[in-house]
Structures are given as C-alpha cells and as structure tokens.
Design a protein around this ligand. Structure first.
Ligand SMILES: Cc1ncc(COP(=O)(O)O)c(C=O)c1O
Length: 455
C-alpha cells in the first residue's frame, strides 16, 4: 500500500558501524557477561563466539554497553524484521500494557482487529487461527490439529529441518544436536531437494524433484504404518543455513499430499511475515498450505505467534484444547497488529524484494572469486553463504565459518553463525546503502579469512 521511504531509517555510514574500544568485546561487556555467566547456561553459538552485551537498538542499528556501534544483520534471530523498537510497534505495546495485559482467551477489541487484519493479508482460505507465545508452541498445536483433522498420527519432516525444542518439535528435527532421548513414535524424516547438495539428479546434472517424490511414495508404503497426518516443512530451511528448494518442489509436494489425504503443514515461523518479501514464503510458489505456523517477525520482537489452518480444518482446532495462558494477550495482539500495519503502510514487502536484488548482485561473483565460497542464495532478506574446503567435494569448512563470523563482527556487523554456512537476516527496513555496506563487510571478511587459512 505505502511506499518505502529510506529517510526513515537512514544512518550516517561514517558513524555506523563504529568500534570505539581497543578490544572486542569491550571492558563493560566483558564485566557484565562474566556476571551473567555465573548463572546463565545453555548459551547459543551466536553469543559464545562473540559475547558482547547489547544495550540498545534502533532500526537497523545496535549499540553495546561500551558504545560500539553495529549494523544489525541478524534481527535478533530472524525476529525484529521491522528493525529494533519500531515506534509504532513499541507504542502499541505500551498502550496495551497500560490498558489490559491479560484476559486469558476472552475476546478483546485488539484481538478482533488483529484477526481481521490477518484475514486481509493471508492467502487462500487460511481462516482458523489460534494465537501463541512461541514458535514451538504454535508448531506443537499445528501437529495436534493435523492429528485431529485427519484421525492419523504420523508425521514426515525433512533432514536438517528445525521446528523448535519441545518433545514433538524436536522429533521433527535432527536429534543429535537437540539431545532428544529418541524420536517420538510416528515421526519420520526424509531428504528434501537442495540444489547445492542434490541426492537425485537428471542426466544433465539438474536436480530431479520427481525422484524425491517417488522416494516419499516408497517410504510411506514401506516405512510408515500408512497413517501419515502431515508433511511438516520449513519453506526455506533457516537453521540449516537458508537452504532453498527448487521452484517445482512445493507445488509438486502439495499435489502429492492432496492425492494421499496428507496435510501440508508449512512452518513459516522464520520465513513468514515479510522475511522473504511475501506474507508467506509459500506464496512464492503459489501454494496455500493446510496448516501454517507464524512467529518471530509476527510481533517484531514481542513474543506472539500463531497457528492458522484452512477453513475446512478449522473445526479440528476446537478439538485440541488449543488456548494457552499468554496466547493472544492484548499486548501481543497490539504488537502483531502494528507489525502488519507497518509492513503495509511502509511498502516493506516490495522493499524486501528490492533488497533481494541488491544482495543477489553483491554475491553473484563470490563463488567464482573466492576459493572457499561454494554457494550463495537469497530470497528477500534471507540469505545463506556456504563455505567449503573444496568446491568439488563440497566439504563443509566450519573453521572458516567461525572466523568469518568473528571477523565481520569485529568490523561492526552483528549477525548469525551456523557452522560452515553464513546466515544473514537483516531487517527489511534497511536502506540500500546500509545493506550494501554490510555486504562489503562480509566480503572483506571472507577475503581476509580465506587468506589467513592459506587459500
Ligand atoms: C522454523 C522454526 N520453527 C520453530 C521455531 C521455534 O520458535 P521459538 O524459538 O519461538 O519457539 C524456530 C526457531 O528458530 C524456527 O526457526
């Protein structure tokens, strides 16, 4: 609706990024982090590799307690899609916090406004909604809904998927990393098409999506008890390193599922709400999933998430005792409503696609220019760069991933490490000049690390 106006978010690139301490993390960061570390356990790699202490953020910038200034290329962890402390979102939450904080799942005026707004932007007949407070809870509710809707109990997800850290969500993922005590009964995983690392290819070397579907058919007949309620997938695998499917995968998988009475559940917690330049990432392929989960950018940092189902499955949500203590509280609804309005009013879906073009151009020659860059991919403001020891064997280069992450951080770029894959998820409000500057920092860091590693 609205048009993107870069002047709202423009920053002085002489002042941002700016590292003012001789060491990073600086002295105040080190002191505070060592206090926290006495008690806090289970920190993410993002923090362990670079334990700075952030104090404030605005738009696409972050500042630590020592006054070091960073460009934000992570949005927290894919969360603050509209940048930090967007005034409209912050004011909406503050207003709700001063009016009514919690009324269980009673209807409130702000909830009605949110639901009606969601109906304006969601594709197809996605009309049954329940609201939650974490992506994982929404995923768990999605699984229960699929069971209630089909009367079946099995699930198929894909290698390298991630859907959260509770019992069943973990069972949809690689358990060695998540320390599950064993996959829950009825949960299975299959390979999915990855254009950089294909399992099945045609004679010309291109990825053969049909072969994957043939395998799924065989797998269902032989490995399951033929009680598959749903395929559960991330449209683009985030945690795994922004792994993008070929364009024909989801349309074909959607048909495959329909023919077998299997539901298609798209976990859009990471990919949804503007991250890839669409409300739902699945819109890129013209597919309306039966069940969708939303989170992260849905409330731009306020913990609010949702499970949405197609109209014909809405009654199933009534069968699963779907409500929770915090789901749909007025502050959460206010944050989610304001976030949708900001995306619409500021033309941010269009801008995310404009940024995609900028990122694509920036990365276009990296695989040919740098010996350690195997693959670069982008959809909207979701990117991945895969670092390898050898372009033929494609052996993952974890050490390079860690060093590039730290090198760029030292230059003032806050972002996300993931083993050998660099993951980027800048806020979609970012002006083009800032995005270009951040990409230059990453490129410089790759070049430096490549040299340091003797390539
Ligand atoms: C695709 C996907 N699903 C679910 C989750 C879990 O969300 P939360 O951390 O809000 O529970 C995540 C979190 O990273 C995710 O990326």
């Amino acid at each position: 609706m609205g048009k993107y106006d870069p002047s709202r978010y423009q920053i002085d690139l002489n002042e941002w990024p700016k590292i003012v301490t001789s060491e990073l993390p600086g002295p105040k960061s080190r002191e505070l982090h060592s206090k926290a570390k006495k008690y806090i356990r289970g920190l993410s790699g993002q923090v362990r590799l670079f334990p700075v202490v952030f104090e404030k953020g605005y738009g696409c910038t972050l500042e630590d307690v020592d006054g070091n200034r960073y460009i934000d290329f992570s949005s927290g962890i894919y969360v603050t899609t509209l940048g930090h402390c967007h005034p409209k979102v912050s004011e909406a939450v503050a207003k709700a916090a001063n009016t009514l904080m919690n009324a269980h799942d009673f209807t409130t005026p702000i909830k009605v406004r949110l639901l009606e707004k969601m109906m304006e932007v969601l594709p197809g007949d996605l009309k049954g909604v329940q609201l939650y407070d974490s992506g994982t809870t929404a995923v768990e509710a999605g699984l229960r809904t699929c069971r209630a809707a089909t009367g079946r109990y099995e699930f198929i997800s894909c290698f390298r998927d991630f859907h959260g850290k509770t019992g069943h969500a973990v069972s949809l993922a690689n358990m060695t990393k998540l320390s599950g005590a064993g996959r829950a009964q009825g949960f299975y995983m299959v390979p999915r098409p990855d254009t950089y690392r294909p399992w099945w290819t045609r004679a010309d070397g291109s990825l053969d999506t049909e072969k994957y579907l043939e395998f799924y058919d065989d797998f269902i007949k032989n490995a399951t008890t033929n009680q598959v309620a749903a395929f559960v997938l991330e449209p683009i695998q985030g945690w795994a390193g922004s792994i993008m499917p070929p364009d024909d995968f989801f349309p074909k998988l959607s048909r495959f599922c329909k023919e077998r009475g299997i539901l298609l559940m798209a976990d859009e917690v990471l990919t949804g709400w503007g991250r890839t330049g669409k409300w739902l990432c699945m819109e890129h392929w013209g597919v309306v999933p039966d069940v969708v989960t939303l989170g992260k950018g849905f409330g731009n940092g306020f913990p609010v998430t949702a499970m949405v189902v197609r109209e014909e499955y809405a009654d199933a949500v009534d069968q699963i005792s779907a409500s929770t203590s915090y789901g749909g509280n007025p502050m959460a609804c206010a944050a989610a409503l304001a976030s949708i309005e900001v995306i619409q009013e500021e033309g941010l879906l269009e801008h995310a696609l404009e940024l995609e073009e900028l990122f694509r151009k920036k990365m276009a020659d990296w695989p040919s220019k740098y010996a350690i860059v195997g693959d670069c991919r982008v959809k909207g403001c979701l990117m991945g760069v895969e670092l390898v020891k050898d372009k033929v064997t494609k052996e993952p280069f974890d050490e390079a991933g860690k060093l590039v992450y730290q090198t760029a951080f030292r230059k003032g770029l806050a972002w996300i490490p993931a083993g050998h894959i660099l993951r980027m998820s800048p806020p979609i409000i970012m002006p083009n000049e800032v995005a270009a500057k951040a990409m230059d920092i990453i490129e410089e860091s790759i070049a430096e690390v490549q040299k340091q590693l003797g390539y």
